[in-house]
Design a protein. Structure first.
Length: 499
């Protein structure tokens, strides 16, 4: 890309990217989760500073410090969403990228980068037409790592719908026994306030309502059991105990984390999340005047529950918000819960194997080509998972399609380069001239395992065209260098009109 155009792209990058992001979210629905609200405020302030700074560096068109930075109209940005063939000009005169142009820009980087491993795959697709614009071993199966969560999200949303919620309930079993019934909500919280501005269902609220219902019925002394029968199979991931994931159970609070300061990243976990949650619930009931005798025990809710036996319940935020949180923070606990919920919806066992089978079946039903694909979990922690760059990019095209508005939270949940989630420290000014070209323009899911790195998402190129990309590599020895190489590829797409 010519040096003379660099500041032009930097100046417009965050502004155009923000409008594209807000446009996608507007299609998805209201700003109902804390992640969306925080993203909107943070992005707006950073974009204004970035655009203003770029104008000063150019030495022309500079505005005063207090002057507002203009944003392009939605109509201007949406010219990139028509259906003109690649290489043609849109009605507004915006050229579309060509295979030749992208090959010239990306080919040398894929070949020469020392940060990438021996397997290097890439795919770039036009978001509106689904036309494959560039591919390098795009059909070769590779370990997708956490980009697997994109497939999990597609399956869960298509099977359950974006408005679906998970319910944690308390049922009466006779006059003096109650059962806490796990509904598979990994974000159920026992803390006084939900973390990170996230409006999770509260175990404290459930205790309030349960104590009130018991006292109304004249009961102040009960035994407590807890029911985790919604899920089946082993709770421990095949990789074994790991701070990236709690044992997968239908009942847990705060993802089983012993770290009470954050919901992001690795943390020590309790090894019996359901028992720990039930113990906390018993203590909360005692604090509210209910005498809980003995320790909670594993049990089953009574068959044929009636309104009279239903004491209380709390419901998770909508599935669309859970998907956003999962993708933004690369949340493994939510991912495994959604795979199991997909299995239940598909009539399969709610286990690792059942979830993997449900994801594959759901993608097949949507017409996704699955040659070479392999699913063993919902989070991508397993090196046995396999997806190609073209399959990952195709899933994102599906999420962008007007025919599938139920999948839109996949796009709004992708981290934004330089702003949110697992991309908050990437595509910044600290990452170099090429890297920062992606700030505000690139939304992508990251993937990292030992020797494996991946990046899959959307990008607005220099001509305002919305493209989908996926880059996967295996055999890396330096994770930081591999990330930089993938970021360089994505930022090159952002900087390249490639007409």
């Amino acid at each position: 890309m010519p040096i003379s155009r660099t500041w032009q792209v930097v100046a417009g990058a965050a502004v155009v990217g923000l409008v594209m992001s807000l446009t996608a979210v507007a299609v998805a629905g209201p700003w109902e989760s804390g992640q969306r609200t925080a993203e909107r405020v943070t992005a707006a302030s950073r974009d204004a500073r970035l655009a203003a700074g770029a104008g000063k560096a150019r030495g022309s068109g500079r505005r005063g410090a207090s002057a507002p930075v203009p944003s392009p109209s939605v109509e201007d940005v949406l010219v990139g969403l028509d259906t003109s063939p690649p290489g043609a000009a849109t009605a507004a005169g915006t050229p579309l990228p060509t295979t030749q142009g992208l090959t010239k820009a990306l080919g040398p980087l894929l070949k020469a980068s020392t940060g990438l491993g021996r397997l290097r795959t890439a795919a770039v697709i036009d978001a509106s037409t689904g036309k494959a614009l560039y591919g390098s071993r795009a059909g070769d199966a590779a370990v997708p790592a956490s980009t697997t969560k994109i497939a999990t999200a597609v399956a869960a949303l298509s099977l359950l719908g974006p408005d679906h919620r998970f319910t944690t309930a308390v049922e009466a079993d006779g006059d003096h026994r109650i059962v806490l019934v796990g509904g598979g909500d990994p974000t159920l919280t026992a803390r006084k306030a939900a973390g990170g501005g996230y409006d999770a269902a509260s175990l404290r609220t459930l205790a309030d309502d349960t104590a009130r219902a018991l006292k109304k019925a004249g009961t102040t002394k009960v035994a407590l059991a807890y029911d985790t029968s919604l899920y089946s199979g082993t709770a421990l991931h095949p990789i074994g105990r790991n701070d990236n994931l709690a044992p997968v159970t239908a009942l847990m609070t705060d993802e089983g984390r012993l770290d009470d300061t954050s919901y992001k990243g690795p943390a020590a976990r309790v090894q019996d999340p359901a028992g720990a949650a039930a113990g906390t619930f018993a203590d909360l009931l005692r604090d509210r005047g209910i005498d809980v005798t003995g320790d909670p025990v594993s049990g089953r809710a009574p068959a044929g529950a009636t309104p009279a036996s239903h004491l209380a319940e709390v419901r998770s935020v909508p599935l669309s918000a859970l998907v956003e949180r999962m993708l933004t923070n690369s949340d493994n606990d939510i991912a495994e819960a959604l795979a199991r919920q997909a299995a239940i919806a598909a009539g399969r066992p709610a286990s690792f194997a059942g979830g993997a089978a449900a994801v594959r079946s759901a993608l097949g039903a949507l017409g996704v080509p699955l040659s070479g694909a392999r699913f063993t979990d919902g989070s991508g922690l397993s090196q046995q998972d396999a997806l190609s760059a073209s399959q990952l990019a195709g899933l994102l095209v599906l999420a962008a399609s007007p025919a599938h508005p139920d999948l839109r939270s996949i796009l709004t949940g992708l981290p934004i380069g330089g702003f949110t989630g697992s991309l908050s420290t990437r595509f910044t000014f600290a990452s170099g001239a090429t890297g920062r070209l992606g700030a505000g323009l690139i939304r992508a899911k990251t993937g990292t395992l030992t020797g494996v790195n991946a990046l899959a998402g959307t990008v607005v190129d220099a001509d305002g065209r919305l493209l989908v990309f996926a880059f996967l590599t295996k055999g890396t020895t330096d994770p930081a260098a591999a990330q930089d190489a993938l970021d360089h590829l994505a930022a090159t797409v952002a900087a390249c009109g490639c007409g």
